[in-house]
Design a protein around this ligand. Sequence first.
Ligand code: SF4
Length: 372
Amino acid sequence: MKKVAVVKCAGYEDIKTRVKEAIELIGGFEPKGMVVIKPNAGSPLTPKRAANTHHAVVSAVVELTRDYASEVIVVESEAIAAPADVCLKKSGIEEAVLKSGGELRILDNDPKVNVKIDGKRLKEIKLPKTIVECDTLIDIPKLKTNSFTLLSLGIKNLMGLLDRTDRKKIHRTDISQALVDTLKVIKPDLTIVDGVCAMEGQGPVFGDVIELGLLIAGRDIVATDAVSSYVSGFFPEEIDTTRIAAWEGIGTCDLERIEIVGSKIEDVKKVFRRPLSTIEAVFPNVDAYVGCVCRGCYDPLMVTFDGLRLRGKLKKMGRVTVIMGKDAPIPDSFGDKTFIVGDCAKKHKDSGVFIKGCPPLDELFKVNFDKV
Ligand code: SF4
């Protein structure tokens, strides 16, 4: 039986005690040697938006591990929307780590090691030397919805350990299989999910905060993700990364084979509002003309429009037309602003602002949508 702890935690004030309690409930955990901690710090937002792992969870884990470790390193990579140092500063993680005696390391600057994988999607990836050489890896994701993967949990959080070129390569439809492949060479020793202030709705960046008030912790990342799904109103099989990892025997998502210690799921569960995953009829002033398209164009565009909406900029843009995907239908007339997104729709590039790339991640975040 895999043990997963579910610990009630009303806020972040007493978080170190709650993290300690969660670790004791799963039978204790003694990190050793070089300890690497991977929070979710991919959004340039403050803690009140609940997009990143809360800095208090990060410092609690640093403080609880530093007596056992030769060094404690908190790592992150450049996010899609912002450099890692900006996200680490804005989230409060930088200050928290330095105060609690840890070291910060931005993996984009780390030397890379080619690692072979016997995966279905990936056969070789470039991993940061820090990840290859560490003795203990602790994954501390935020529990949040994701219009791409439904939920973002422990397995999804490992994406930030990959080299940017590998991340871009798998940011289309094969991301979940690729992340599970990655689990064959990157194995977290402990996963602690920050579900104290979680995110529902249009995650992973601009969703709504939901006070779930839980920490979920376990050594089996798949079981820990599975329990995190249950407590937020999802079946683990709905989450591609969890289902594929369980299918491949990397862990279990079967509640019959998981011993839940601490609070019972039925006593603490909240049903999260789900994210919408398509762009049609979501934003009142946006008409989308979508051909054969993959998530590589869809998801960053959703995040961009969610952000513009949240900041009140989207409705000021007038009628917006978006064309993306291969063989996209073309409107009879265009709106005030027209965006052609991704190389698949390149043949329409003269109809508006063309955002090139496949996936068009870098280009997308360079465009001032409300100013063109
Ligand atoms: S350009 Fe086409 S293949 Fe590339 S990410 Fe966009 S939809 Fe997918």
